[in-house]
Design a protein around this ligand. Structure first.
Ligand code: ZN
Length: 99
């Protein structure tokens, strides 16, 4: 299993901490979505960062508030994926780790 993936993730390097959910919690959600195929392993072609618009984060399923940073990715198979900046960083860190 991939139980060590979260521990290697340098959460402090993201520059801020989340208020709504614990990083470990988000980490395990993203990991299980990668395993289940709900989140792709491939890198997105294009990535944009901007203020949140209340849309749902594909990783943690919480709305991305205007006070958060939203990351939009254009994926070749999945279309546009929206993440919190923090969730995107975690996914980007973990997506190459395979079960
Ligand atoms: Zn999120």
């Amino acid at each position: 299993m991939m139980t060590d993936a979260c521990r290697h993730f340098p959460a402090h390097d993201l520059g801020y901490t989340t208020s709504a959910m614990q990083e470990d919690e988000i980490c395990s959600i993203i990991r299980s979505k990668l395993v289940d195929g709900e989140l792709p392993h491939e890198k997105c072609q294009m990535t944009w960062f901007g203020p949140g618009t209340g849309q749902t984060c594909v990783a943690c399923t919480a709305p991305i508030a205007p006070s958060d940073v939203e990351c939009e990715c254009e994926h070749p198979d999945r279309g546009v994926l929206r993440f919190h900046r923090q969730c995107f960083a975690m996914w980007d860190e973990m997506r190459e780790v395979r079960a």
